[in-house]
Design a protein. Structure first.
Length: 148
């Protein structure tokens, strides 16, 4: 389901770490069972056939509960996406995601099943000057402070 960036990250989102390829563990397992090198094992999007990348993101929501501040956003792209540039004085890179979608799934790894969310986007970029979220506290406000 397509969602607005501002609805998911009303106080902004921030890149943590690097953009990494998502590996297809079934290809790796099948290659090992066949006794050969796995080769290119990067996951491909089932619809677009583009390579799938992932990036860790900190949600700027000050009201988020413990364990819910960091999410992974997967990006379908032919080439490895480049995160926005660092801003002096900030430990994280403010980011906005283009064409963000969310899918609900059941996380049954714990004692009790929970609803979890999978995030995908077509791309990422730095917030533009003057671009604010619905709360008015989004990443553009942070990037403008960092640029001063």
């Amino acid at each position: 389901m397509r969602v607005l960036f501002e609805d998911v990250f009303p106080e902004g989102a921030f890149v943590v770490g690097q953009v990494e390829p998502v590996e297809d563990y079934e290809l790796i397992r099948a290659a090992r069972e066949a006794g050969r090198e796995p080769g290119d094992v990067q996951t491909r999007d089932k619809v677009t056939e583009k390579r799938v990348w992932q990036v860790r993101v900190v949600d700027g929501d000050s009201m988020a509960r413990k364990g819910q501040t960091e999410v992974v956003v997967k990006i379908g792209a032919d080439q490895q996406p480049v995160p926005p540039p660092k801003i002096e004085g900030l430990p994280f890179r403010p980011v906005m995601f283009e064409n963000l979608t969310v899918t609900a799934w059941i996380d049954d790894r714990g004692n009790r099943p929970n609803i979890a969310w999978s995030f995908r986007a077509d791309g990422m970029r730095a917030p533009k000057a003057g671009e604010v979220t619905t709360s008015g506290k989004g990443p553009a406000a942070v990037s403008e402070k960092g640029a001063a």
